[in-house]
Ligand binder design. Structure first.
Ligand code: NFS
Length: 644
């Protein structure tokens, strides 16, 4: 069994891991003790792309002396195998983000065509911005006069053009042109501009089939192209269309951690990634009809909370608190107070079904592409045409289950206050110039050195390392050294639980320069930018910093760095790669899936910088991890001539 204290830094989680062990319920933390990863697979040098294998090419303990003669049956080298595996991970991650985006685009089009009453176009300012970025006209000439076009018409056209981004037969992804000109030109020169979102993912599957692409540089060229199609395509469209449908987030107050659950309330938890369903659940759970019904059933109210990126979506738009990040999903059920957990897609552990089976919790899958084999799982397929009806059915199921709770409820007390909901627009509001309406104040504070640089710290939890420890140590070390942090995903939830997402955290944890800026404008030193598809917000914020002037012509010239201290998903690899290809030095913690192919790894860690200005790195120690980022930030400051 796992040692609860060694498994996580979070006290609430420690209590619930111990609780699970008392009750004989197994969790991911225990499994991480009993099953260790395969050494060859972890190095990235196991090839199972055909039936002659798996061919296993581990790096000898003593390293390679002289020529590397390792080969698979077909002759594939360690470099080829690791590169194929790596870009298949990019394909998996890019597909996940982009297919989520496609789902949003479909609902968007349904709403634009007014085929549903449950979804409407909410943010027309963003609609016009997105229309312009997609080449949709927003004005018309009438009798020689320029007039605004009817927004309903614009919305339908935006929906149709957006949908085509996944599979259009010619041209390139529209949003590439939103990048700084110098970056766009780099992509052009390297031949990595994605033609459409789906094609680049399909081409990865083709090129990694046996006997196709056997040059790691050429394989990576395709990996980069698909990753750009994710960050500057599928993910960015997901964010934009979600903002138009559900509202662009603005800073708001909420809480985080398992202590947000309430014993005398119906606890309904939404887990997964798409806000399509969870937006409706928010509305349903706040409706008078459902609240009355909950009271009728003996509850004081309905406490909705979230896990993983669905949590971040409804946090940033409605202030609904996240109860947990990735590694705490089983623990939310072990409280004994989770009346229903509703899941859609991505990052849902199959074991939640086994845990739910030990309690009264109803586990409900909702997406046609994400079901579970266990018999206790209920499937309610969500249909956007009957969105509210479906949502009410789910909320009602949670309410009906309230009375079935066992006696043994244990909700930890721990929760923290947080301010979330930052984005390109709100950073402009808080850190823009009064008259200029751009990122002037932010740039000015970077130039004068109060803010040393900007870090994007994002990503998952990984059961192979102590839960949240890497996240918190990296972020604290950065802000201590005056680096402002932009966060998304499970890092955002970890920072919230630790109390880092409050303006008051500035005085406690920050260096003097960053503390002064945060206190003056009243923002936290760590700005929560949303879910993992919202990393696209970080790309656009970086572009705004370039456009505001004084810090070079490209993202690669900025004093910025990226990090995923506890990554585990394929999505993280795709995100890392589009940050690298956008010019950002990006450090991962825990492990890296190419260590068995040193030449290929060198290509990612060193040579890539010459091509894109950004490169990968691996640093397991969180403090060294942060200092590698700071050293990079300092080198960029020096190159800009702003080091004092
Ligand atoms: Ni991101 Fe979100 Fe968390 Fe990792 Fe999973 S929830 S999309 S993949 S585990 S950060």
């Amino acid at each position: 069994l796992a040692d609860p204290i060694a498994a996580t830094i979070d006290v609430a989680s420690q209590q619930l891991i111990a609780r699970a062990q008392q009750l004989g319920v197994e969790t991911v933390f225990d499994r991480a003790e009993t099953m260790k990863p395969c050494n060859i697979g972890a190095q990235g040098t196991c090839c199972k792309n055909c039936g002659m294998g798996p061919c296993r090419l581990p790096l000898p303990k003593s390293g390679i002396e002289g020529e590397d003669t390792r080969k698979g049956l077909c002759g594939a080298t360690a470099n080829t195998i690791a590169a194929r595996n790596f870009i298949r991970m990019i394909a998996g991650g890019a597909a996940a983000h982009s297919d989520h985006g496609r789902g949003v685009a479909e609902v968007f089009l349904t709403a634009a065509r007014k085929e549903t009453n449950d979804y409407q176009i909410k943010d027309t300012v963003k609609l016009v911005q997105v229309a312009e970025a997609l080449g949709v006209a927003t004005t018309v000439e009438v009798d020689g006069e320029t007039k605004d076009r009817d927004l309903d018409e614009v919305a339908v056209e935006v929906g149709e053009i957006a949908m085509a981004e996944w599979g259009k037969p010619e041209g390139e992804v529209f949003y590439l042109k939103r990048a700084p000109q110098a970056l766009y030109e780099k992509w052009e020169k390297q031949g990595v501009r994605p033609r459409n979102i789906d094609r680049e993912i399909v081409e990865i599957m083709h090129r990694t089939h046996i006997g196709v692409d056997q040059d790691y540089r050429n394989l990576m060229k395709q990996g980069v192209r698909a990753a750009i199609g994710d960050g500057w395509g599928g993910s960015m469209l997901a964010t934009d269309l979600q903002d138009i449908l559900f509202g662009t987030p603005y800073p708001l107050q909420s809480e985080a951690n398992l202590g947000v659950m309430k014993e005398d309330h119906v606890n309904l938890i939404v887990h997964g990634h798409e806000p399509i369903l969870s937006e409706m659940i928010v509305a349903a759970s706040q409706s008078k009809e459902m609240l009355d019904y909950a009271k009728e059933k003996g509850a004081k109210g309905i406490q909705l909370s979230g896990i993983c990126c669905t949590a971040n979506e409804i946090l940033q738009r409605h202030g609904i608190p996240p109860a947990a990040n990735f590694l705490q999903q089983e623990l939310a059920i072990i409280t004994g107070a989770c009346d229903a957990m509703v899941v859609d897609i991505q990052c849902i552990m199959q074991n939640v079904a086994n845990v739910a089976n030990c309690f009264h919790t109803k586990l409900i899958t909702t997406h046609p592409i994400a079901k579970m084999e266990q018999e206790n799982v209920i499937h309610i397929e969500f249909d956007e045409h009957y969105a509210m009806e479906d949502a009410k059915r789910i909320v009602k199921m949670a309410i009906d289950n309230f009375e079935n709770r066992g006696a043994e409820v244990m909700i930890p007390r721990q929760k923290a206050t947080q301010i979330a909901g930052f984005g390109v627009e709100s950073i402009q509001y808080h850190l823009g110039g009064t008259f200029r309406g751009d990122y002037y104040t932010l740039n000015d504070n970077i130039i004068n050195g109060r803010i040393r640089g900007i870090a994007g710290v994002v990503g998952c939890n990984n059961a192979r390392t102590r839960h949240n420890e890497g996240h918190i140590q990296v972020v604290k070390e950065l802000i201590k050294n005056d680096v402002i942090v932009l966060t998304t995903g499970c890092n955002g939830i970890a920072c919230a639980m630790e109390g880092l997402l409050t303006p008051e955290a500035a005085g406690v944890y920050c260096g003097a320069g960053l503390a002064e800026v945060c206190e003056t404008v009243g923002i936290p030193p760590v700005l929560h930018m949303g879910s993992c598809v919202d990393n696209s917000r970080i790309l656009l914020a970086a572009t705004e910093v370039v456009n505001a002037g004084g810090l070079g012509n490209d993202i690669s010239e900025l004093p910025v760095a990226g990090s995923a201290p506890e990554w585990m998903s394929e999505k993280a690899i795709s995100i890392g790669q589009y940050f690298v290809a956008s010019g950002v030095y990006t450090v991962f913690g825990v492990t890296f899936p190419t260590t068995g192919a040193p030449v290929f790894q060198d290509f990612l860690f060193k040579e890539m910088e010459k091509m894109y200005g950004g490169m990968w790195d691996l640093e397991i120690d969180p403090i060294k991890h942060a200092h590698k980022m700071i050293a990079h930030i300092d080198s960029k400051r020096k190159a800009l001539g702003i080091d004092k």
